[in-house]
Design a protein. Structure first.
Length: 116
């Protein structure tokens, strides 16, 4: 019997400043920023489904994501694009094929939002 589950528990994002990253991600995702920063370098975003863990200990410019490792879901891609634009998030693509777009977080991690 295989002791490894076919489940993803968490995705780690390297960030340079854990408090600033927490505040930025919580603001963009519209989730409370009241959780505890663990061990001085980890913050678990309150997500539905797979957890996203912001980690300042693993940060270096070389460790930032050059391509999106996952996508965040939306039901309305045009509204999501407009929302991110209004938040002055650095958008790196337009809405492509009516289904997705890419953006960067303040540390330069490339991420994606995709219509589900």
């Amino acid at each position: 019997m295989n002791p490894i589950l076919n489940q993803i528990g968490a995705l780690f994002i390297p960030v340079s400043d854990i408090e600033k990253a927490r505040d930025w991600y919580c603001d963009v995702l519209g989730v409370p920023a009241g959780g505890e920063i663990l061990f001085g370098h980890l913050y678990i975003l309150p997500m539905e489904g797979v957890n996203i863990v912001l980690d300042s200990k693993i940060y270096s410019e070389e460790n930032t994501f050059k391509t999106p490792p996952f996508h965040l879901n939306t039901n309305d891609i045009e509204q999501a694009y407009k929302y991110m634009k209004e938040k002055n998030v650095e958008l790196t693509t337009e809405v492509e094929n009516g289904h997705w777009f890419n953006f960067k977080d303040p540390d330069g991690n490339h991420l994606m939002i995709c219509k589900c």
